[in-house]
Write a protein that binds this ligand. Sequence first.
Ligand SMILES: NC(=O)c1ccc[n+]([C@@H]2O[C@H](COP(=O)([O-])OP(=O)(O)OC[C@H]3O[C@@H](n4cnc5c(N)ncnc54)[C@H](OP(=O)(O)O)[C@@H]3O)[C@@H](O)[C@H]2O)c1
Length: 336
Amino acid sequence: MRNSNRQWKLARYPEGMPKVDDWVLDEAPVPEPGPGELLLGARFLDVAPYMRGRINPAKNYAAGVSPGDVMIGGAVSEVLSSNADGYAPGDLVVCDFEFGWQDYAVLHAARVRRVDTALAPAECWLDVLGLNGVTAYFGLFDAASMRAGDTVVVSAASGSVGQIVGQLTKIAGGRAIAVTSTSDKLEWCRELGFDDGIAYRETDDLAGVLRKLCSDGLDVYFDNTVGPNLDAALQNLAPRARITICGTVSLAGRFGEADLGERYWRQVLVARARIQGFLVLDYQDRYGEARERLAGWVREGRIRQRFDIAEGLERAPEAFIRLLTSRNQGKQLVSV
Ligand SMILES: NC(=O)c1ccc[n+]([C@@H]2O[C@H](COP(=O)([O-])OP(=O)(O)OC[C@H]3O[C@@H](n4cnc5c(N)ncnc54)[C@H](OP(=O)(O)O)[C@@H]3O)[C@@H](O)[C@H]2O)c1
């Protein structure tokens, strides 16, 4: 164990695409747990696109990180000492947001969940058995009302949420079409069982290629990016199509600017489509239901994931920026 706690603190709100020096690596004493609390040591730190919205001063759906604060983030961590019944040193736990980019954190036992590595490796608890699995599940089955026989198009398809959406589509009897930046990422989607897909950086007619892949139109568009991918989807809607706006990662370098593009709102009218903004936090009282089913599919080998793990706390900002610039190959994490 180290004798100090390294912490990444936000140095300033980034302008446009974040840069590594928007954070500073500081040191603090290792914290002491109080009654009911656990001292936790990081194993895997989460980095995820939602964090871009949290390091921006504009209004958001949840509280942000101010300059000088430790950067927010979930983690899989090991209990180092426990003042809580039911937890002992060596246990692994996961929390969704509150650990932060640091070596050690003190959290109340009510803020963590137990990690069962007999069910799935520790890193899966920040992915399919963490928030992203639940996001894919409710974003697809609830917000988009996906049904057997639907053609489902998903953007950022080889990433954490996207990989799961594609596999859930297959489990539920749909046709899964991947939109991802390059053909090597597309190849991975095919290995996961996606039926077909598009490498958007390798075509200048995204809407036209999508039309060939979905000749009757798309029934569901699960959008992780907005921007040109959304424009192409809007030109290929089947009647009564349903669109889940889950993420806006293509805007990561354009915070503060207007979200302008071609847009095809008339197609929404013609198709009588439904567009649903989606936030996983609205489903907190149903996480258990989703996780039980996801865990079953993981146990049966029907959901697989690819991880991209950066080694060392010092690489956290760099790993985060990889995500926002399409360089990650699967779920991006930092091992500590
Ligand atoms: N609403 C919610 O409750 C909720 C919950 C969890 C996650 N999310 C959202 O879900 C999305 C996916 O998150 P994730 O954790 O699974 O990340 P991820 O997909 O593993 O990684 C981000 C991916 O975004 C794509 N990307 C980056 N810049 C892009 C650009 N300019 N244009 C188009 N695509 C770009 C890249 O894929 P390509 O190389 O294929 O472009 C990159 O791999 C994010 O937008 C995130 O905010 C939302």
